[in-house]
Design a protein around this ligand. Structure first.
Ligand code: ADP
Ligand code: ZN
Ligand code: ZN
Length: 808
């Protein structure tokens, strides 16, 4: 039998299955979807078995060397999905398969030194074997650290002449956690006898046996708990194990990041008529195994999550499984608790806050069928469930559902692929659907499922627009307008809570010289550095470069270097000055770096330990605090002027989300939005809670400027350390595309992108706008292969992004 294997080499030449002979002893073990180790040239590599056939066209096949998994890690469906991804997202099959699995399952490769010709070595370098035999079978990386320069130079020469070799060994990084358990197989009578026979002085051993006599003695107990409960030491237990009275075993334990949180069980709520109307057709599809995409457009607080949970309930009762995607920043403890509260240990959770081992364990629960629901960020869409009954994508408009590295997939597209495969509904939910999805719903491609009212008919909060230009004209130079400040003071007096939202991070966005206008930029990327006050350092958000703040302007030596822009730290400082009695919690990338910090800060706010929650994007979503009656948006237009055709859409979405945080319960909510362009429709319509109005205006603008959803986009970015080369190649690519695509396709560029250099690599782009290009994928592949090949030794990189979300 022959196994078709995709090997772990991320280059185009190996992007196809290779045939390997399956040795007889492995026959019962090898099946599609497992990982194996195979010889590949001089190396050993990890590979995925994607198929098994009886014959091969090739002769002289090599054999599979060893087997890593005893159960498939990829189902037949996922194998097919990987193939589809490689075609639609222009990625390598190996990257598609790796993206489906937790990082812990990526192989690591280590090289070990072996001596192949000792006799020859001794003749060339007499005496060299004394140190070489020491190094034999040691890891090459270690040898490099310890060996002398002379020794290394000999080894390198010997390598070239094949007298020694480096053997590559594949390590599977996935590790499971094991704990020691103690149990006994003796009857109570026999235990009692053993107890009586023990010497009086063996007090600790007696304690241990007494534990097993008193407690339910048949149940194994973790060693660490036994030590505590029996007031005994490790050695006492060892003695008893040695005597054969107790048995010690290692048991695999799944790490459960939520083991210690107490989550109250909830039951389904009686639905409103509106909710019922949305749920019914979905349930019907679940019962009939029918695929259909729903767009659930419901204002914040309209009870979408309750609908999701009741649909999932149906799915579970049918013995099927559910995937719920939530954007990473909305994967707040609150959201997780709602699902854990309803479905208990039947839920696996996947998000970036978990350790590598925890993620691996959550994944294994899914793969073994120990859970039926997964709640997770983007990559949870690949959960290896076998009987999917529903896929839900909450906040479907979030751009984080598109992966910005290979494979550049969009979770929504993958969801629809899987929904078709399993014959199950896909529910996209949002208060502010993406224009693309809403347009599809208008055309009937998706089924629109609207919710117009908030639960209990609570009104949406009133939004007050403040023109900051006028504030400035009337002499107010602070970052708080007069109305916002007086409302903050009012809430403070009443003991109600406020949320302040700022769409920026750091202390200020950039540092500029007031005399000559010089802005400090990253020496490797053409972008200004951000000042972080706590460390007093300037940082590049693209490459991580840091430096300390200069005393004088590097250009004119002036001492007047100033921080511009408003960051969360600066707002926090202003608050402490203006409202010294207010207790403020700040949440941004810097204060939530530590594991669990996010949860802690939110809990503190929820427990009323602060009056004001100040933060960035991460507080815009999913938070639900009853005591919040005021939401302030400090700089509503900070996103409006980004060089991105979605800038208005993103601004509208964000403002709507933020506004939805206020007055979600019995207290009435108010929203204050500060802006320098209060007349822009994205801001006006968000203030009026008018999605339809915004949709129509924005669709008109997209039509005028020929952008999605009227046209599709593909963005090609070329990068290289040498500027003329980048321009030259991009020009050639543009010409190539003009020749090959239909004359209806528009090819824009080549142009320099808004960030023309990142990590010392210049960048150049061209953009294709098109409606219908049947050969597009084929032509793009051709283009990539042709130009990439011509310049491989030059480190030239060509990135092709189909349906891009990041235009910088
Ligand atoms: P959304 O997800 O649309 O923002 P949620 O599902 O969070 O809305 O619902 C908002 C609030 O209303 C939650 O506190 C939720 O528990 C409550 N809720 C939802 N459905 C009902 C219902 N049918 N009856 C009573 N309360 C409900
Ligand atoms: Zn200067
Ligand atoms: Zn940089």
């Amino acid at each position: 039998m022959i196994a078709k294997v995709i090997v772990d080499v991320p280059v185009k030449q190996t992007d196809k299955p290779f045939d390997y002979f399956i040795p007889d002893s492995f026959l019962p073990l090898v099946q599609p979807g497992i990982r194996v180790v195979v010889p590949f040239g001089p190396r050993k590599l990890l590979g995925f078995v994607i198929d098994i056939e009886e014959e091969s066209q090739l002769t002289n096949l090599k054999e599979i060397e060893s087997i890593i998994d005893h159960e498939p890690v990829l189902t037949d469906e996922l194998i097919e999905l990987g193939d589809w991804l490689s075609k639609t997202a222009l990625c390598l099959k190996i990257s598609a398969y790796q993206a489906m699995l937790p990082a812990a399952m990526k192989a690591s490769y280590k090289k070990y030194l072996i001596i192949t010709d000792g006799k020859e070595l001794n003749e060339r370098w007499p005496g060299c074997l004394t140190f070489l035999t020491d190094y034999e079978n040691k890891e090459w990386a270690q040898i490099l650290k310890t060996a002398s320069q002379e020794e290394i130079s000999i080894i390198q020469k010997a390598l070239r002449e094949n007298m020694v070799a480096l053997e590559q060994v594949v390590h599977d990084k996935s590790t499971s956690k094991k704990i020691k358990m103690i149990r006994t197989e003796l009857t109570k009578d026999d235990l009692q006898k053993a107890y009586d026979q023990l010497d009086k002085r063996a007090k600790k051993q007696k304690n241990v046996l007494a534990y097993f006599l008193n407690e339910d003695h048949g149940t194994p107990i973790p060693l660490t708990s036994l030590i505590k409960k029996a007031d005994a030491g490790r050695s006492a237990i060892n003695h008893l194990v040695d005597k054969g009275l107790l048995i010690e075993e290692e048991v695999e334990q799944l790490r459960d990041p939520y083991a210690h949180s107490e989550i109250e069980k909830t039951t389904p709520l009686p639905l409103t008529n509106e909710q019922q109307g949305v749920l019914e057709p979905i349930v019907q599809d679940i019962e009939e195994d029918k695929h259909q995409v729903y767009l659930c457009h419901g204002v914040t607080g309209s009870g979408k999550t309750e609908i999701y949970m009741q649909a999932i309930d149906k799915v579970i009762k049918q013995g099927k499984e559910a995937i719920v995607l939530v954007p990473e920043i909305a994967l707040t403890p609150q959201m997780v608790h709602r699902f854990k509260g309803r479905f208990g240990s039947d839920v696996a959770v996947l998000h970036s806050g978990l350790s590598r081992g925890e993620k691996y364990d959550e994944w294994r629960k899914i793969n073994r069928g120990e859970v039926s629901v997964v709640v997770g960020a983007r990559s949870a869409i690949f959960a290896s469930f076998k009987k999917l009954g529903i896929i839900i994508i909450d906040e479907e408009h979030e751009t984080s559902y598109k992966q910005e590295e290979n494979p550049r997939y969009h979770a929504r597209d993958v969801a629809i692929f899987r929904g078709r495969f399993h014959g199950c509904p896909v529910v996209l939910g949002s208060a502010t659907p993406s224009l693309e999805s809403y347009a599809r719903a208008q055309k009937g491609v998706y089924k629109l499922a609207p919710l117009y009212n908030r639960i209990n008919q609570q009104p949406l909060p009133e939004v007050m627009m403040i023109d900051m230009r006028e504030e400035l004209r009337s002499g107010n130079r602070s970052m708080f307008s007069k109305p916002l400040f007086s409302k903050l003071t009012d809430r403070l007096e009443k003991g109600e809570q406020s949320v302040l939202f700022l769409n920026r991070r750091g202390y200020s966005t950039f540092v500029m010289c007031r005399d000559c206008g010089y802005v400090i930029e990253c020496p490797h990327c053409d972008i200004s550095l951000t000042y972080h006050r706590r460390q007093g350092r300037l940082k590049c958000h693209y490459c991580g470069y840091e430096e300390s703040l200069p005393d004088r302007c590097p250009s004119c030596e002036s001492e007047y270097m100033r921080y511009f822009g408003t960051g969360t730290q600066k707002v926090e400082e202003a608050l402490t000055q203006l409202l010294p009695e207010a207790r403020v919690i700040r949440m941004d990338v810097d204060t939530t770096k530590k594991k669990g910090a996010h949860e802690k800060l939110l809990k503190a706010f929820g427990d009323g330990k602060a009056d004001i929650l100040l933060g960035t994007q991460m507080i815009a979503k999913g938070l639900d605090f009853p005591n919040v009656t005021l939401v302030g948006v400090l700089a509503a237009d900070s996103m409006l002027h980004l060089p991105d055709f979605r800038a208005s859409e993103k601004t509208f979405q964000l403002l709507t989300q933020v506004a939805g945080r206020a007055g979600r319960h019995h207290l009435k909510g108010e929203v204050v939005v500060q802006s320098y362009t209060p007349d822009h429709y994205a801001i006006v319509d968000a203030g009026a809670h008018d999605y339809q109005g915004f949709y129509q205006k924005e669709m008109y603008a997209r039509h005028q400027r020929q952008y999605p959803p009227y046209f599709f986009l593909t963005l090609i970015t070329v990068s290289h350390p040498d500027f003329p080369k980048v321009v030259d190649v991009t020009q050639k690519i543009t010409r190539f595309l003009k020749q090959k695509l239909t004359n209806k396709a528009m090819i824009l560029g080549p142009v320099a992108p808004p960030i023309p250099r990142i990590k010392d690599r210049y960048r150049y782009q061209c953009m294709i706008k098109y409606k219908n290009e049947p050969d597009l994928i084929k032509i793009l592949k051709e283009c990539q292969n042709h130009f990439q090949e011509a310049y491989t030794k030059d480190a030239l990189k060509i990135t092709i992004d189909i349906n891009p979300y990041l235009l910088m």
